[in-house]
Design a protein around this ligand. Structure first.
Ligand SMILES: Cc1ncc(COP(=O)(O)O)c(C=O)c1O
Length: 389
């Protein structure tokens, strides 16, 4: 940073991380008029009934602060859905806090449980927010690799990462960026380590309904003994195609919920009130919606994946979420960063360089992430541009 008067006021903490690479690629995309396969949001609207519920909530006067930790009908709806979908017994008053997206949920959760010197285990590659989340909360991240081609972890490597300093392990299933879905044996192994080392699991399950090829979602909080030591995070963004609404939630044991609520209150006071009311309609949508959602994303995956393979990208077939994690070794000597810049500038397709998902940037130098959370027309238009490769 240049040494100006103002620069001397910038905190050391905020200088320990960069701006989001994902959001930066969206800005570059706007600059070059590209097709945005960088940031994971749909280029289509949520179901009509969900949009209408939001309009109705504003008309009916839900326009002032909601109760800080979430409007009661929404917390009830979250608790009910956690029961039938996640196998988690949650009490709306004791366990559920509504936040401004899963993003705030993770930040508030970490700030609620981390003390100086605590270590937090993170599987790598990881969703980029977890890096700054640990810096801001004061945790020391300890990274454990997920190994290609199928992104399993090595049990010995994971065990070696645990220590008496471990406060928590962050799990993200289905995972961004790889599309890995953690299996029951894997989650049981993690749960056993959490119990052995007296650590928490903080689990980001924002893609919990986007699953392919028979892969099932399992919430670690539903495993024996884990409800007491798990913070489960999810939200509306991905399941109901409303990333701009900023509604997420935390489900945690009562004592941890109390702490999360205190942090959340002073971070944001609360999530948008009318959208919390509309969120009840979303959570109570006909259950057939979820299978349809997954099937629609499977079609999109199966549209883009063979095209990338035909161009020479090495692609892991995702088991869930809506990203294609590619290895570019077969098509270019450029780094993922250089190649992403080339793609957006010369080809008109924005992607995210793999280095954005690693603590040591060079580890992702051969990778680029595409999202397929777009209309088939958008994916076809991107495919046509990629013909110029
Ligand atoms: C793993 C993961 N968690 C959280 C988020 C953000 O969720 P929200 O929109 O609810 O803040 C994303 C968005 O891409 C994500 O990929």
């Amino acid at each position: 940073m240049t040494d100006t008067i103002a620069s001397r006021f910038v905190s050391e903490r905020s200088q320990q991380f960069t701006q989001s690479i994902i959001r930066e690629m969206t800005r570059q995309n706007a600059l070059y008029g590209g097709i945005n396969l960088a940031q994971g949001f749909p280029d289509y609207d949520p179901p009509e009934e969900i949009k209408e519920a939001a309009v109705r909530a504003i008309r009916e006067g839900h326009n002032q602060y909601a109760i800080t930790w979430g409007s009661p009908p929404l917390r009830l709806a979250i608790a009910e859905k956690a029961g039938w979908y996640n196998g988690i017994t949650a009490d709306a008053d004791a366990n559920v806090t509504v936040t401004c997206g899963a993003t705030e949920a993770m930040m508030a959760a970490m700030m609620a449980v981390i003390d100086p010197g605590d270590e937090v285990i993170i599987f790598e590659p990881y969703y980029e927010n977890y890096g700054p989340d640990t810096v801001v909360s004061g945790a020391k991240p300890v990274y454990v690799p997920l190994h290609a081609p199928d992104f399993t972890f090595d049990q010995d490597e994971l065990r070696a990462a645990f220590s008496p300093k471990t406060k928590a392990i962050v799990i993200n299933t289905p995972q961004n960026p790889t599309g890995k879905v953690f299996t029951r044996p894997e989650l049981e192994f993690i749960a056993d380590l959490c119990c052995e080392f007296d650590a928490l699991a903080i689990t980001d399950e924002i893609y919990e309904h986007i699953l392919y090829d028979g892969h099932a979602h399992l919430s670690i909080a539903s495993l024996p003994g884990m409800a007491e030591r798990t913070i489960t995070i999810s939200g509306l963004s991905k399941t109901y195609s409303v990333t701009g609404w900023r509604i997420g939630w935390v489900i945690a044991p009562p004592e941890i919920s109390e702490a999360v609520r205190r942090v959340h209150d002073f971070l944001t006071v609360g999530a948008p009130a009318p959208l919390q009311i509309a969120a009840v309609t979303a959570l109570q949508i006909d259950r057939s919606y979820y299978a349809h959602l997954a099937e629609t994303y499977r079609e999109k995956r199966d549209l883009l994946l063979p095209i990338l393979r035909a161009h020479g990208f090495g692609v892991f077939q995702p088991q869930g979420a809506y990203y294609l994690w590619t290895d570019i070794t077969g098509i270019t000597g450029m780094t993922g960063w250089e190649f992403s810049e080339y793609l957006v500038r010369e080809i008109g397709v924005a992607t995210v360089p793999g280095s954005g998902f690693y603590s040591h940037r060079e580890l992702g130098a051969r990778n680029v992430r595409f999202t397929f959370s777009k209309r088939p027309e958008t994916l076809c238009a991107a495919a046509e541009r990629l013909m110029k490769l």
